[in-house]
Every structure is written in structure tokens, then in C-alpha cells.
Write a protein that binds this ligand. Structure first.
Ligand SMILES: [Zn+2]
Length: 371
């Protein structure tokens, strides 16, 4: 029996991976009909810029205007179409090497489609190569469309941005992330906890939702005020346990990375290429994503810990008998100091790498303060 219209699989939505950004998706659908040569997708990690770039590329490369069904759409959405190039940085910033590569790529003729889509990631880190970027974006060959992805817009990039059509991807609210998780089959309570830990980053929410140990990890952080006894031995053991739990939490991300490399390898083989072009940029990004996940996980854990102390503080303030007031110690003062100390450590993590010793030191001091 041959498949009929009724039994045919549903058409994949080009922007299905973009969640909670109706204005951006509307703008891109309209833009796909008469594209200009450069776009700036502006929004924090996990707010939808990357999946939107793939969906938009599919709309621009597909011979049927973005049907969602054809081989071109499929490969553009998977990020493996030869006329869809994602330029990733290999160092801490988008450097001169990347800028040079962009200039060369921009002059290239498309392989299969009428145009090629060049996506540049982390443009907010392209401060030194901003002039080269500007020159390329200002004088693009007719067959090249640029998509610049940036978390934010530093002053150095305002001129580059002025040459692009800006599409905003504002941070996602916890409610949007929670509702999306529920729609994916996560139960409501878990979805709410995951959304809170994901802080508006949908990529992170997906990883946490796939992690069986996530609720255990939350409980581990929450139980610290009661477990710490001020000794280095206990603090050291707990810090190690927390680090191990974060390491175990990396499993879903590592599985995603493995699958991505396999897909790229399969496509390279299909195209008859020797080796894996761009493998280093991909594995570099994977390492960055792992580091970022660890840091985010630690910051989220510290937020849970700070809340645990804050809850004790509120409990102490409401339960303190009147007789204890005015004798020199303010009830919960030590808990307030603990919250302050945790907040400072979390803020420093944004700049410094995660260190076991630093966490151990924090736990020792929290234990001292708690008793
Ligand atoms: Zn198509």
C-alpha cells in the first residue's frame, strides 16, 4: 500500500527549535521572502539564535522557499548543508584568523543553492576583528547572506550592527521554559525546578530535563547548611561530591556532542570529503560548552544554597523569642553573612574558572559561620 496524503509525515516546522520568540520568527518568515545581505541575531545563549539561523538558512536555501521536507531543508536544519557555514571561534575571542576565513568564504560561490549562508558565532567577542568584519559585511558578494550571532552588543560592534537587520531574541522567562518542558512531557513540578535552574537558557533546560540526577543534585545543595560542621574534612568531601555530581550531569551534553560529530562525519563521507573539515572548531566549541555548563551548574547550585540560608534566616526571624533580642546577637546574622559570601563566590565564577579548592574554602567558612 502506498502512502497517501493522510499518512504522510507532518511537514517539519523550520522554526520548531525556536521557542518563545514569536516576534523573531515572524520577522524571519517575512525576511525570507526578500532577504537582505546581513542579519544580526541578538540574544543570550539558549534564547533561540542558533536554531533560528538554521531555520532561516533552510528558508533561503530551499528551492521551494523552505518546504521543510526536501533534502536541502533537512541538511540546512541539521547544519550540514554545504552552503550553510557556521564560523566558530577557536580561541577566547573571534580573532584575525576567523576574520580572514570569513573574507575568503564570503567570496566563495555557493556549492548547490543560489546563495550561501555564513553564520558567525559569538560576534560579541569579535572586538579586535570588528574592522575586518565590517568591511566584509559592507561589501558582500550578491550570493552571500551573513547571520551574525551575538549575546550582546559592545560599543566596538555598533557600526557593524548598523549594517545589519537586527533580530532580537530576548531572554526567555522561566514560565516559557517551564511550559515548553511540560509540552515535551516533563511533569509540572520537575519542569518548574528545571526552568528555575536553566535561567532562561533553553539548551540548558533540555540538558537538565534529560538528567535523572538533577533533583538529587538540588537536594544535595539544599542540605549543605545542615551537613557542614566547620571541619575541612567534611567540607572537602562535600566539595568533591558536588564536583562529581556536576561531572555526572555532563552526560546528556556529551551524548549530544557525540551525535553532532557523527552527523557531520556522515555528511562529510556523503560529500566524499577526506577527514572531517572544521572538526577542531567543533571540538573547541564542545569544550567551551562543557566548561560553560560546569560554571552554570555551579552558579545554579550556589543559588540553591543561598536560598537555603535565606530560608533559615526567615525562619529564625519569625521564630526568635523576644527574650533573645537585644542581647548583642541579631538572630540569623550568620546566615545573612553566609548568603553574602555565597553571592560573592557566584559572581566571581563569571570571571574565573571553577576550582575545587575555592568551593572547599567557601564550604569550610560557611560551616564555621553556621555553628
Ligand atoms: Zn525544502
Amino acid at each position: 500500500m502506498s502512502p497517501t496524503e493522510d499518512t504522510a509525515p507532518p511537514v517539519p516546522e523550520l522554526f520548531a527549535g525556536v521557542v518563545g520568540q514569536p516576534a523573531a520568527v515572524r520577522a524571519l518568515r517575512a525576511a525570507a521572502r526578500r532577504p537582505v545581505h546581513a542579519y544580526l541575531f541578538l540574544g543570550p545563549p539558549g534564547s533561540g539564535g542558533r536554531p533560528a539561523a538554521r531555520g532561516f538558512a533552510a528558508a533561503l536555501l530551499c528551492p521551494f522557499g523552505g518546504c521543510g521536507r526536501c533534502d536541502t531543508c533537512r541538511r540546512a536544519l541539521a547544519g550540514t548543508h554545504p552552503d550553510f557555514v557556521l564560523l566558530e571561534r577557536t580561541g577566547a575571542s573571534v580573532g584575525i584568523d576567523e576574520a580572514r576565513r570569513l573574507v575568503t568564504l564570503a567570496q566563495r560561490k555557493p556549492f548547490e543553492a543560489d546563495r550561501q549562508i555564513l553564520v558567525v558565532a559569538d560576534v560579541h567577542l569579535a572586538l579586535r576583528s570588528a574592522p575586518a568584519l565590517l568591511k566584509t559585511v559592507e561589501e558582500p558578494p550578491a550570493s552571500t547572506v551573513f547571520i551574525l550571532l551575538a549575546d550582546d552588543l559592545p560599543p566596538e560592534l555598533v557600526t557593524v550592527a548598523s549594517r545589519c537587520v537586527e533580530v532580537a531574541f530576548p531572554p526567555l522567562s522561566n514560565e516559557v521554559v517551564r511550559d515548553w518542558l511540560v509540552g515535551q512531557g516533563t511533569d509540572e513540578l520537575r519542569a518548574a525546578l528545571v526552568a528555575e535552574g536553566a535561567a532562561g537558557n533553553l539548551d540548558r533546560a533540555r540538558l537538565l530535563a534529560a538528567d535523572d540526577r538533577y533533583l538529587d543534585r538540588l537536594e544535595l545543595w539544599r542540605s549543605l547548611p545542615a551537613t557542614l560542621d566547620g571541619t575541612g574534612a567534611v567540607a572537602g568531601q562535600l566539595a568533591k561530591t558536588l564536583f562529581d555530581s556536576i561531572d555526572a550531569a555532563l552526560a546528556p551534553l556529551r551524548a549530544e556532542h557525540k551525535a553532532e560529530l557523527a552527523a557531520v562525519a556522515e555528511e562529510a563521507e556523503r560529500m566524499g570529503e577526506k577527514g572531517l573539515p572544521g572538526k577542531k572548531a567543533i571540538t573547541d566549541r564542545h569544550s567551551r560548552e562543557e566548561r560553560r555548563f560546569r560554571t552554570d551548574e555551579l552558579i545554579a547550585g550556589l543559588a540553591v544554597l543561598a536560598r537555603a540560608y535565606r530560608d533559615r534566616l526567615v525562619g529564625a526571624a519569625t521564630a526568635a523569642p523576644a527574650a533573645h533580642r537585644g542581647i548583642g546577637t541579631v538572630p540569623g546574622r550568620r546566615d545573612a553573612e553566609a548568603v553574602d559570601r555565597i553571592t560573592k563566590t557566584a559572581a566571581s565564577l563569571q570571571r574565573n574558572p571553577v576550582e575545587l579548592l575555592a568551593l572547599e574554602g567557601l564550604l569550610v567558612r560557611l560551616g564555621d559561620d553556621g555553628e
